[in-house]
Design a protein around this ligand. Structure first.
Ligand code: WTA
Length: 702
């Protein structure tokens, strides 16, 4: 029965077309024969699910596509608005040939996302429910806040921010690790209509400063230090350096609010700038625990989040309030089949979009209990995640393929070590019986990792929601609904309600049926980003000009005969390292900032654990010779300009780079050399100097 329904899906994206193979880059392992392996949710699971069959999904999906205004306004009506939106639920223009790109949802509706996430749930009688369980880096550190307690903390900080002059529309930069204070700070900004810009606390001072200069915040919120695994990271030192740098670039920040993270560092040893620096614990708790809400228009900005693109400067992705609120709440609910009794843990950091939409907003808008974990998933050992799952009786566990692969490797090593005694295995020594739904995000999950996640972690009992989406999309775009779909390991399955994904060829023509090509979206959805901060033109050029009439995702995708979608990775110069998006241009620019580097070209290569690794070809300035020391100092340049997570995995000395006669670097050839696919170099005769290829190959192992 299931199968028949799935087959009928194939007709949804209209008819069966011919298989059209684009270039190999966008054809990953996705088309392997495994795609036909269907994994069905159990009957018990489907029976209790919010959407329990493909037919039910289809019905809802059709409604959402045929009448988006009606579909989404019915959902939006369940939230609190002090004034309803205008006649027009949404308006959109995604076609550059028809004028400026514009997307608006619920315009004229007046609301507040913090109110909806906290006050509304408290008024519904859930004030005593735990909103956040906090688990520290060390095994014995933890804490929790109920919805009422969380609201009080948020209000105190909101009052403080107002007191120092933060007003509606002002930016606040948040540079914090996964303490409860991070979601508290986000919600406090939202409460008073300030625009938060969270910067992942793994970014370097240079990167932080670049973001500060771009958004000119009224305040920066940080903490003195954090312990992650066995390391201590001195965050305030990084902020101090960033603020010095920002001031040099004409942006000075008056207030730096510091949380004293005692387990990592005492205040006595923290460097201090009088007049600018303030201790959170000395100040914020003195403020009242209630704070009136700043009511905002649905289209008022909620946050800015910087992300990497294929060219140099990071892009400030801007999300607004109303549509984002409705979209994150709805996607969270359906993709994880959320029930009020669930305990939900997403391992992402709030410094990335996943932490915005699916640690903070989506779950709290649903009144969920969320786990915020400060530490590293393999500390003190590779069993930590399952220890946390058992400790809090986690029912929904959402993570990235890179973590799955690294735990899979550690788990295997452990079982080898112990002669296959499974009690000692990092996973099976924990019960994990509370789990009922698993989730994956950030990069394509390869079928073998999928199976390990499903069989070992989930005991073949828990469906996996492989959620495909982006910083720009605000929320899930293509995702299984766990009770509805038989799954195919490695496929993100079908579009979420209201989303019309299409696959186009190089010319931008939609291709139908079984096919592969570039993934675009044909319509707007409430969670879509509205612009790039301060650069609407770049927004249009990057996302809407490549294929006029569509939002271009930057991803390759194939669709199989059953209509399942298989994401095959980026088709632009963005690489995805451990689920972190890194622009090759950013790494190149960090490398060439090194005085001894003349030129650099960076490509992504397959990496067993990280998904992709960073592979850098480096040409030195004349007269400088190769050395291990120089490799280290080049790597340091990247760590300094971007952050440790962007450090190259391999530096390949390049006396010259393969260029066309017009001077364009042929990355296709570099990718092949990097992945040692030397018999697939293709035609090198168009190179200005074909001999550089042999030189590069000869230097492969240096
Ligand atoms: C990739 C993270 C395959 C994709 C939410 C996208 C995925 C980029 C998946 C966005 C998935 C994310 N399957 N690929 N389930 N999820 N991606 O902005 O290449 O950090 O374009 O957002 O990650 O990364 P971002």
């Amino acid at each position: 029965d299931h199968l028949r329904h799935v087959e009928s899906m194939a007709t949804l994206p209209s008819g069966a077309g011919k298989i059209s193979h684009l270039n190999a880059v966008i054809l990953g392992e996705a088309l392997a024969s495994e795609e036909n392996d269907l994994v069905f949710p159990s009957e018990d699971f489907s029976r209790q699910a919010l959407v329990s069959s493909p037919a039910q999904y289809l019905e809802l999906y059709r409604k959402s596509i045929e009448d988006p205004a009606r579909f989404w306004s019915a959902i939006a009506s369940e939230f609190y608005w002090i004034q309803k939106w205008g006649e027009q639920v949404y308006s959109e223009n995604l076609d550059v040939t028809k004028g400026d790109i514009k997307i608006e949802w619920f315009k004229g509706g007046i609301t507040n996302i913090c109110y909806n996430a906290l006050d509304r749930n408290i008024e519904a009688g859930n004030g005593g429910k735990v909103a956040i369980y906090w688990e520290g880096n060390e095994l014995d550190q933890d804490g929790s806040l109920t919805y009422s307690e969380l609201l009080e903390k948020v209000c105190q900080l909101a009052n403080y921010l107002k007191d120092i002059g933060v007003r509606k529309g002002d930016a606040v930069v948040i540079y914090l690790p996964m303490l409860m204070e991070l979601p508290i700070a986000m919600l406090a900004c939202a409460r008073i209509g300030a625009v938060h810009s969270v910067v992942f606390a793994g970014f370097s001072a240079d990167s932080l400063s670049q973001r500060i200069v771009d958004c000119k915040p009224k305040a920066v919120i940080t903490c003195n230090a954090v312990r992650r695994g066995s390391k201590v990271i001195y965050l305030k030192d990084i902020v101090d350096a960033a603020l010095v740098e920002s001031a040099k670039n004409g942006v000075s920040v008056d207030v730096c609010l510091n949380y004293e993270n005692k387990s990592a560092m005492k205040r006595e040893t923290t460097k201090w700038t009088e007049g600018r620096d303030v201790w959170w614990q000395d100040t914020v708790p003195k403020y009242p625990t209630t704070c009136a809400v700043e009511w905002v228009d649905a289209e008022d900005p909620l946050f800015l989040l910087y992300t990497s693109g294929s060219t140099g400067k990071p892009k400030g992705v801007l999300h607004t309030t109303g549509g984002y609120m409705i979209y994150t709440a709805t996607t969270f609910k359906y993709a994880f089949d959320y029930k009020p009794s669930d305990i939900y843990w997403c391992t992402a950091d709030c410094g990335w979009i996943t932490g915005h939409s699916y640690v903070t907003y989506g779950p709290l808008l649903n009144g969920a209990t969320v786990i915020v974990f400060e530490g590293a998933p393999n500390y003190p050992d590779a069993g930590r995640c399952w220890d946390i799952v058992d400790k809090y009786k986690v029912t929904i566990f959402y993570t990235a393929p890179t973590l799955v692969r690294s735990l899979m490797r550690d788990g295997d090593e452990a079982s080898n070590f112990s002669g296959f005694t499974c009690n000692l295995c990092y996973v099976t020594r924990y019960s994990r019986k509370s789990l009922r739904v698993l989730g994956s995000v950030g990069e394509p999950i390869n079928p073998s990792a999928w199976r390990w996640f499903f069989n070992v972690v989930g005991d073949a009992r828990c469906p996996i929601s492989d959620t495909w989406w982006q910083t720009e999309t605000g929320g899930f775009m293509i995702t299984p609904l766990p009770g509805a779909w038989p799954q195919k390991p490695g496929s993100a399955t079908f579009p979420f309600f209201g989303v019309l994904p299409v696959i186009v060829d190089e010319k931008g023509t939609e291709i139908e049926g079984e096919c592969s090509g570039y993934l675009c979206v044909k319509n707007s959805w409430p969670g879509a980003f509205r612009t790039l901060y301060g650069d609407h033109e770049r927004y249009e050029t990057t996302y809407f000009k490549p294929f006029p009439g569509y939002y271009f995702t930057g991803d390759g995708c194939s669709r199989d005969k059953d209509g399942y979608h298989w994401l095959t990775g980026r088709v632009d110069d963005v690489i995805n390292v451990s689920g972190h998006r890194i622009g090759t241009a950013e790494v190149e620019s960090a490398l060439v900032s090194h005085p001894q580097c003349a030129e650099a070209a960076v490509v992504g290569v397959e990496h067993e654990v990280k998904g992709q690794g960073i592979y850098a070809f480096v040409t030195l300035v004349d007269g400088v010779s190769y050395s291990e020391e120089l490799k280290k100092s080049l790597t340091l340049a990247v760590r300094k300009q971007i952050g440790a997570f962007a450090a190259p995995d391999k530096i390949h000395w390049a006396p010259g780079l393969p260029k066309t006669r017009s001077g364009k670097i042929m990355r296709r050839i570099l990718r092949k050399i990097a992945s040692r696919q030397l018999d697939e170099l293709g035609d090198t005769s168009t190179l200005a100097d074909p001999s550089v290829v042999d030189q590069l190959i000869a230097l492969s192992d240096c």
